[in-house]
Design a protein around this ligand. Structure first.
Ligand code: KET
Length: 493
């Protein structure tokens, strides 16, 4: 019988994963709901998708015995194959909710109204509302395509060596002492998300400190999924103060001081998502002192917007470089999705900066152990484009100009939206539209207002009130201002 077949398979799978010493080591630092065998973990991770009437243990034991709740069995039409079982192994699977960010695009695409505006996902659009293919990218791509030596061989596990070297230089600075001292190992990963995940899994296996990562409140929603699934207990620190619409510096520092020594701290390198609120250089210095001097914490930077905050690649890497240049250990996840417009090519890098060249070599060998069973090796095309731009002085300069152009257009959108709300005498203080930086404005609009704007004005944004300024244009600013005006007039915050 089919179900008994599963019953035989599952325990052997469990024996494999739970008896190996590697998995026990992995599990040792995990919090309780992650420290479970792989099959059960999946059930727990998707807690809401499992029948609530059964306790977790009972559900799992029942599953191992091949018991599927009767009401979760669906009848599959079998008229043509009467000998095939009518039960699906998947009839208990419940519909998962859409992703809070990427699901906005799905809803937007389903809206037939021609006036719709997508301000959900952080993706750059031109004044015409179109995706932008950077000119420098097209040039680099044409040169690559014309190369006779071009092939589609596998890359090594860590990707294109030249790409890794240049990526480390881009974020750490070409004069970075840690690079000269060979204390950096950089591996090409699947964009920012993949870099975070590989870094998280490496920490879960090998970190000598506390396998706990602190993330800001609020943060990019995917952090809250990536790190627990990587095997790190995930906790939060205060970051944003809704009253001031600015940084809760005192709260942040207090929470970091209260963290156990050796914990990991996720920091947004620049252009904090979703708030657009970054620490000043002086505040960064205070944060660094707590992390390095008062506590032994490990900074893990997520750099998804280098160049987008200020228009300068160096300015936006200031905080990362400050931490690396004090000689301490740092993790950095880089993404080229936004700053090179390579969203779908999935190009990124993870750099691990440690205290000795010998440690760096061993770390890299273990990063390969994380990557190989996950996706074996990364894709070639996007990283080859990036490497050829970063390696060529002229292309690099051209990229910087185009990047500054994108950052400037976003800043101009901030001014236009601010002026439009002022013109309409929209109730409330909107200074934060000008003060926040990067791709997003954290408007302060509540869920009811956001839903109203979607329903009545066909404006799509995340439910937390975040708008992607990069999705706005001079044409759509008045529409957004009208919608905000109407929403705040109708529903108080
Ligand atoms: N970190 C942060 C802070 C971030 O905002 C994103 C993407 C990523 C990492 C990952 O990007 P990747 O495409 O894997 O390089 N944020 C936008 C898109 C998304 O949610 O996937 C967003 O917030 O809209």
């Amino acid at each position: 019988m089919m179900i008994r077949g599963v019953g035989r398979k599952v325990p052997s799978l469990l024996r494999l994963s739970s008896s190996s010493s590697y998995t026990s080591a992995l599990a040792a630092g995990r919090n309780s709901w992650i420290h479970t065998p792989s099959i059960e973990r999946e059930a727990v991770d998707e807690r809401i998708d499992v029948p609530a009437s059964l306790s977790r243990g009972a559900r799992f034991q029942g599953f191992l015995r091949g018991e599927v709740p009767r009401r979760h069995m669906s009848a599959v039409a079998t008229e043509t194959h009467p000998s095939v079982s009518t039960d699906s192994f998947f009839s208990h699977v419940q519909q998962a909710p859409e992703d809070p960010i990427l699901g906005i695009t799905v809803a937007y695409n389903n809206d037939p109204n021609p006036a719709k505006v997508n301000l959900g996902v952080g993706a750059y659009r031109t004044e015409e509302g179109k995706p932008l293919l950077l000119t420098v990218l097209q040039k680099a791509e044409e040169t690559l395509l014309a190369k006779e030596s071009r092939n589609k061989e596998y890359l090594g596990i860590t990707g294109i060596p030249e790409f890794n070297k240049l990526s480390a230089q881009l974020i750490l600075g070409s004069d970075c002492p840690a690079i000269a001292e060979k204390r950096v190992s950089t591996v090409q990963c699947l964009s920012g998300t993949g870099s975070l995940r590989v870094g998280g899994e490496f920490l879960a296996r090998h970190y000598g400190g506390q396998k706990i990562i602190y993330v800001p409140v609020p943060t990019w929603g995917n952090h809250l999924k990536i790190f627990p699934l990587a095997g790190l207990e995930t906790r939060t620190y205060r970051y944003y103060d809704p009253k001031t619409k600015g940084l809760d510096y005192a709260g942040m520092v207090e929470d970091l001081r209260a963290a156990p020594s050796g914990a990991v701290v996720l920091l947004h390198a620049c252009a904090h998502n979703p708030t657009g609120v970054d620490p000043t250089q002086e505040q960064w210095e205070g944060i660094r002192r707590v992390i390095r001097e008062e506590k032994q914490l490990l900074p893990f930077f997520d750099s998804a917007y280098q160049g987008f905050a200020s228009g300068s690649l160096d300015t936006d890497a200031w905080a990362v470089r400050r931490f690396v240049n004090d000689g301490g250990e740092v993790f950095v996840a880089q993404s080229y999705a936004k700053n090179m417009g390579l969203y779908g090519e999935r190009v990124g890098a993870l750099s691990v900066i440690v205290k000795g060249a010998d440690v760096a070599t061993r770390v890299e060998s273990q990063l390969k152990q994380v990557i190989r069973p996950m996706y074996s090796s990364p894709p070639t095309h996007g990283a080859a484009i990036v490497a050829s731009i970063l390696a060529d002085k002229d292309l690099l300069e051209e990229w910087k100009v185009e990047l500054k152009g994108m950052a400037d257009r976003i800043i101009s959108m901030r001014h236009q939206l601010f002026d439009a709300l002022k013109e309409r005498k929209t109730p409330g203080n909107w200074d934060h539209i000008l003060n926040q930086i990067g791709m997003f404005t954290f408007t302060g609009l509540n869920k009811e207002q956001v839903e109203y704007m979607r329903r009545e004005h066909h404006i799509y944004m995340t439910l937390d009130g975040r708008i992607s300024m990069a999705g706005l244009s001079s044409r759509t600013v008045p529409q957004l201002a009208d919608a905000i005006h109407s929403a705040v007039t109708k529903f108080s915050s």
